[in-house]
Write a protein that binds this ligand. Structure first.
Ligand code: NAP
Length: 213
């Protein structure tokens, strides 16, 4: 069975954990305050979920999800994630994260920063442009006309392919943007950011995104 190790147990981490368990994955989830503070969430998730430290979640992961505020990126453990696919949900909020010049000037991307922090992992963008509650409340089976599309992006085909598989299992279609250098198209304040859209609408919104906002 595949274990998803989740670093961050807030709005998005807890929702991804719910859908992952529902989809048959084992989950190890972590936060900054320690596993004992996740007892209620783990009880809700049931026997397929356990809580750990960030290092334990990273070590246990076949696939990892990093879903902490961007300002905490430097705390994400590197060595235990080596060789692994790492899904990055992060967005840049200068109000929360402080100003990051390379993002303000458009010379890097949010997920490019995580890839630089994890040079031996295969980072793929995922779940960054959907409200956390919608992950469990606005998903539909393949072929349903109400089904939403979500974007992914990676420098590694197997990583973006895995995000597409996970989206499908969770109840969403996928649009693959391509390499992380283009992943700014789905970052904050672009047309595709946190709106309800199907696949063709998402393709159109990605195409008209400005490089800087
Ligand atoms: N909220 C949304 O709807 C949404 C949608 C798409 C993308 N995003 C993005 O996804 C990321 C996570 O958002 P969120 O809303 O889930 O955040 P959140 O509710 O604030 O949760 C953040 C989680 O990260 C943990 N954390 C913080 N610093 C850490 C560290 N140094 N080491 C380990 N864990 C740490 C926190 O642990 P403690 O609670 O113990 O401090 C908490 O479990 C952000 O970049 C956000 O912009 C959010």
């Amino acid at each position: 069975m595949t274990t998803i190790g989740i670093i961050g147990a807030g709005n998005i981490g807890s929702q991804v954990a719910r859908k992952a368990v529902e989809s048959g994955y084992d989950v190890v989830i972590s936060n900054s305050r320690g596993p004992e503070t996740l007892a209620d969430l783990v009880a809700e998730l049931g026997p397929k979920a356990t809580a750990g430290t960030s290092v334990q979640a990273a070590e246990a992961a076949d696939i990892a999800v990093v879903t902490v505020p961007l300002k905490a990126l430097g705390d994400v453990p590197v060595e235990p994630l080596a060789g692994k696919i790492v899904i990055d949900t992060n967005n840049y909020y200068f109000e929360r994260d402080g100003h990051i010049l390379a993002l303000d000037e458009g010379t890097t991307t949010v997920s490019g920063m995580l890839q630089a922090h994890l040079p031996t992992s295969r980072v793929a963008k995922g779940f960054n442009h959907i409200m956390a509650t919608d992950i469990t409340e606005d998903s539909f089976p393949a072929g349903d006309p109400k089904r939403r599309a979500l974007a992914t992006s990676s420098d590694f085909a197997d990583a973006s392919d895995f995000v597409a598989k996970l989206y499908d299992e969770f109840g969403f279609d996928t649009v693959n943007i391509g390499p992380l250098s283009d992943s700014w198209r789905v970052e904050r304040d672009r047309p595709a950011y946190v709106i309800r859209q199907n696949m063709s609408e998402l393709v159109a919104n990605l195409a008209k995104a400005p490089r800087t906002v």
